[in-house]
Design a protein around this ligand. Sequence first.
Ligand code: BES
Ligand code: MN
Ligand code: ZN
Length: 498
Amino acid sequence: MPQALSIRTAPSAVQPAGIVVIYAAEGGAPQGQAAAVWASTGLDFAKVTAAAGFSGRQGQLLDLAAPEGIDARRLFVLGAGPAPGESRSSLAAWTDRGGSLSAKLAAATAESVAVVLDEALPGEVAELAAGLRLRHYRFDKYKARRNGDATPETLTVTLYVGDPAAADVAIADRMATVEGALLARDLVNEPANVLGTEEFAERVRALTGLGIEVEVLGEVELAALDMHAMLAVAQGSARPPRLAIMRWTGGKPTDAPIAFVGKGVVFDSGGISIKPAANMEDMKGDMGGAAVVTGLMHALATRQAKVNAVGLIGLVENMPSGTSMRPGDIVRAASGTTIEIVNTDAEGRLVLADVLWYAQQRFRPRALVDLATLTGAVLVALGHEHAGLFSNSDELAQKLTAAGLVTGERVWRLPMGSGYDKQIESRFADIRNSAGRPAGAITAAQFLGRFVGELPWAHLDILGVSLGPPHTETNSSWATGWGVSLLDRLVRDSYEAP
Ligand code: BES
Ligand code: MN
Ligand code: ZN
């Protein structure tokens, strides 16, 4: 059982706790209630911090055991200054602060913690709570509890704030998004033997309880819709394809929705164009785009967002077998475009081609955003710091970029253009599914663009940001849940009724 985390708020006047936490800005002494807490130790702040080499930089910790005058085992003074060399929005800095605190509490095997935050605004308190929760997340359900593990069963964190009622509202709202991100992490971390296409669809069906309408299409329906590109990917696997559709109607029923499409390859072996063995286990995470869409829908419903949104995820498994698609095969996508499959490992775009087309035909959305762990090339270009953004709309691209700067889930726009079409020309069909090494992330986007009409559309290639990047302040698990906060912010700022 992972440790339970309980976060509550209380008005200032700190009650006894195992650990009391106060913040100090870079080069400054604690303020407000924190100043009073420090004063009760009777220690000289300037002297102690100078001796300990504590400057107040973000992430720094001054740890006093058995502090005089305070009913606590330890007093933590945490740096609240800017982290070195990072340009984070001020809100994202609070999320990081929460994450960093969570890690320090875990190391101290804390059970009850009092955090003095009377100087922080409700939105800042909510970000700190979000960071605590995000970093606290573990995916350890398959690990036996070690003997002598001293981790208490519950960690209770009390945030002492100026206005608890306002903080509670802000925290509840922010936690809806956090829970969505944690759902996305759970889905990505889950191994493919446990989370196949049908199992994923069942997890989606469970969202019905939140007021989301869920529909799941199977092989027969997909064939009737002529989704032969998606079906080609699925045909080599013993597991059947599923197209899961989630609808949240928080706006006027007649308003066009914003649509989100996710690549849901539950395992990508490469198929007949099989991948090398090294790191192939990571391919259980090739449904990262679908996980983000699912997490986002969870978040929108939980916080009762005043928007109409639809999420569509194409769930397939890409396996080599006697029934697999072959290099050289030609399939007709639902749009009517024929595709020569020259590399069975470029399967994500085959799935997205049909799901993107279907999303537009059926829902006539006002905007369309897809997410996919699509190309290794985007990792080469942007590493783990930015997702690749491709769009036919400067306005939508700008909105996504702005949302990323607020949440810290940053995107970087890469170009598209008809010049790249040469690379996806096929000798036999309208297009081919692989275009060689140059500009691999761009030619993938260019391929997807062939299945998108006039509406504002953005494609996020999230391979570099969704799995296995170096741990951050807000995540110590393999899957990041990257994108749920970003898209939730996009919806809030640009599509939701006030
Ligand atoms: N699922 C992979 C991309 C991937 C790689 C995701 C590593 C997560 C970790 C995708 O389907 C793929 O195989 N892409 C190929 C495309 C190529 C064959 C055109 C790639 O990027 O090499
Ligand atoms: Mn592949
Ligand atoms: Zn893939």
